[in-house]
Design a protein around this ligand. Structure first.
Ligand code: DGY
Length: 439
């Protein structure tokens, strides 16, 4: 049961209602006019609490864009719009024979759908309908995981890679700065393009800069000139990263899929193998002798040491000793929590590339607050768990349903990016539900 005496809950549902088009919810009213992959997952968690039929519709729409190699695209272009770059004309994914008959971009995004489906199963008020829906969708989600292990794991380490910052979900993170800076761009051969994201409020200081966009575009051009052949792309791509958030969410979803398959009496032996291998590899390679998880740059054969909140995320599934968790949480609280307010910045505030307002370079995002909340909860850190819930709720109440928020101490105008952002509204609904469950 939801709390019903909170006007912000009604406002949150209204944000979702007004961003909903035919059978899917766009992330924001103007900036993002299509269906985004991981946004659909976070948005559906809220629908799971008050209108399950919308979860089914969201997922049917999303998976209508799944490619025959299993890849679940980052963006599904259901409807025409000239409000966003790059749209279908730029992606040219019809160069691949693997596309579905719904237009999409040619890369993927973090695999959140396993744990979102477990969330649905846990919250459902109609077990018959939900079980029927899960029997239909789970095989497709498993195919999207198989894609990661088959095509994105070049050294067969069970650590699937991203090939574009947009695949990480945390596009502009300082984690990728060095790898991107090493890509040589020849302006004469770079396709011409016009950004459409710069016309909004504070866009110049909140959105990625043009140097990053040149690299984003360069990579898309590389993919389309290889006709989206994954083997050629992995061989030729100058940006191949083992990203701790991307891999952590895949394995968190693997874990959830095992539980769902057990419930539905479905075979999960392959998922079990992925789960164990990925946990072991995250621990041995990405944790190693550190006190947090690093990313690994495959092209330049070097670790990118932990500087973002993603460096904690593999603790969603990787078993750690008491000493290891103490060191990880201790350094995290020192670096991130004491130097900022409210919780939780996505980049360590004392890092030289921290930017308080810019896209994924420091600000708070409520979907990551939810995932951090799960990490702290799993490890019994009650103080941080409470803080993440209350800070997230207060951020929305004080500023509105913005896309992200400045985390630096003592700021006034902390709202960043798009207003009426769908997953901010959804996470508000989810956090309120958690609060009710915890009291
Ligand atoms: C954007 O356009 O900024 C999106 O994050 C890409 O997924």
């Amino acid at each position: 049961m939801m709390i019903t005496d909170d006007p912000f809950l009604d406002a949150a549902k209204e944000v979702l209602r007004s961003n909903r088009l035919n059978h899917f919810t766009k992330p924001a009213p103007r900036l993002y006019p299509y269906q985004w992959n991981w946004d659909t997952g976070f948005i559906s968690m809220a629908y799971a609490l008050y209108d399950e039929s919308k979860v089914y519709e969201e997922y049917q729409s999303l998976f209508a864009g799944q490619w025959s190699n299993g890849m679940l695209p980052q963006i599904i272009f259901h409807e025409e719009s000239d409000a966003y770059f790059p749209g279908p004309d730029f992606w040219m994914t019809d160069r691949s024979k693997l596309v579905s008959d719904v237009n999409s971009s040619g890369i993927t995004m973090p695999a959140v759908h396993g744990f979102v489906m477990l969330y649905l199963l846990t919250k459902t008020t109609n077990l018959d309908n939900t079980s029927r829906f899960l029997k239909y969708i789970i095989p497709h989600i498993i195919e999207s995981h198989a894609f990661m292990y088959e095509y994105r794991d070049p050294a067969a380490e069970a650590l699937p890679c991203i090939i574009h910052p947009w695949e990480s979900g945390t596009d502009n993170s300082p984690l990728y700065d060095k790898s991107l800076s090493l890509i040589n761009i020849d302006k004469d051969t770079l396709p011409e393009y016009i950004r459409k994201d710069l016309k909004y409020r504070n866009a110049a200081s909140h959105r990625p800069d043009n140097t990053d966009y040149d690299r984003f575009v360069y990579l898309v051009d590389l993919f389309r000139t290889r006709d989206y052949n994954q083997k050629h792309i992995i061989n030729d791509c100058p940006f191949v990263i083992q990203d701790p958030l991307f891999i952590a969410l895949l394995n968190y979803s693997n874990e959830a899929l095992i539980e769902i398959c057990q419930f539905l009496n479905m075979d999960y032996s392959i998922i079990d193998e992925w789960y164990t291998a990925t946990n072991e590899a995250m621990y041995s390679k990405l944790f190693g002798s550190r006190d947090r998880f690093a990313a690994y740059d495959f092209c330049n054969s070097e670790f990118i040491e932990g500087i973002t909140s993603s460096s904690m995320m593999p603790a969603l599934t990787v078993p750690l000793s008491t000493e290891e968790t103490k060191a990880m949480f201790g350094s995290f609280e020192n670096d991130f929590i004491r130097k900022a307010h409210p919780s939780c910045p996505t980049t360590m505030p004392s890092h030289s590339n921290y930017e308080a307002n810019r896209y994924w370079r420091g600000p708070i995002w409520l979907n990551l607050n939810y995932l951090l909340y799960k990490v702290f909860n799993l490890h019994g850190k009650k103080e941080m768990t409470d803080r993440l819930i209350h800070d997230s709720i207060d951020l929305v109440r004080g500023n509105g349903f913005f896309e992200y928020f400045n985390a630096s101490k003592g700021q006034n105008d902390i709202a960043c990016g798009s207003p009426d952002f769908s997953w901010t509204a959804a996470m508000y609904i989810v956090f309120k539900n958690e609060l009710q469950g915890n009291n």
